[in-house]
Design a binder for this molecule. Structure first.
Ligand code: FNR
Length: 186
């Protein structure tokens, strides 16, 4: 049976480095894993009234239903103002309610942050991790994935052209697969 991993990219930009990194990483999963990027750009901003009044937007409901297919979640994100981009945080908030049906609850997760310059998105990576602790998501701790100078790692086709980086990302995916497999077995 396939293990399905939902992939979230924290940028809507056409040429997003983050989405390119995500696509490269998706190719590194073993054959019995299926990965899928979940679109988040059309999710209306979270408003608690919609849930309290029992009338959430249909796209929220579709998103929440869809997330039930997945056993694990990979977050790939840039950093906006030293934190998680709003578009990703919005999807996280929508998925987290109603609280007893949180789509995140108990699902193994992994985080990759990146930046075009030297910072590597450390702030976004750790702010995101803070929410995942609350969701009781076991998160890959080592290796930590901070990709700096990300543009220099990608070729004109959006492929990561640097063998060390590919190897590093493979070790990261291996650790994630190991976490998911161990979690499933218990
Ligand atoms: C940024 N950027 C940025 N970069 C960074 O390393 N740390 C930061 O705090 C910020 N802050 C920030 C805020 C806002 C509003 C924008 C639009 C951008 C730059 C950011 O890393 C750059 O735009 C990336 O290219 C965004 O990722 P994608 O779109 O390439 O995936």
């Amino acid at each position: 049976k396939m293990t399905k991993v939902a992939v979230f990219a924290g940028s809507l930009r056409k040429e997003s480095f983050t989405r390119k990194v995500a696509k490269n990483v998706m190719d590194l999963f073993p054959d019995n894993f299926e990965t899928e990027i979940i679109p988040i750009g059309d999710l209306p901003l979270y408003n608690q009234d919609f849930d309290d009044e029992g009338n959430p937007p249909e796209v929220w409901t579709t998103f929440r239903e869809k997330m039930k297919e997945f056993e694990a979640v990979l977050f790939v994100t840039p950093e906006y103002n030293r934190s998680v981009p709003g578009v990703l945080k919005n999807a996280i908030d929508i998925g987290s309610r109603p609280k007893e049906d949180s789509v995140w609850n108990d699902k193994p997760a992994a985080i990759i942050s990146n930046s075009p310059k030297n910072l590597s998105g450390f702030g976004a990576n750790h702010h995101l991790r803070q929410s995942l602790v609350f969701f009781n998501m076991p998160v890959v701790q080592q290796p930590e994935a901070y990709l700096a100078n990300v543009a220099t790692l990608l070729d004109e086709y959006g492929k990561i052209n640097n063998e060390d980086t590919v190897q590093f990302l493979q070790s990261f995916v291996d650790a994630f697969v190991n976490l998911i497999t161990t979690f499933k077995a218990n």
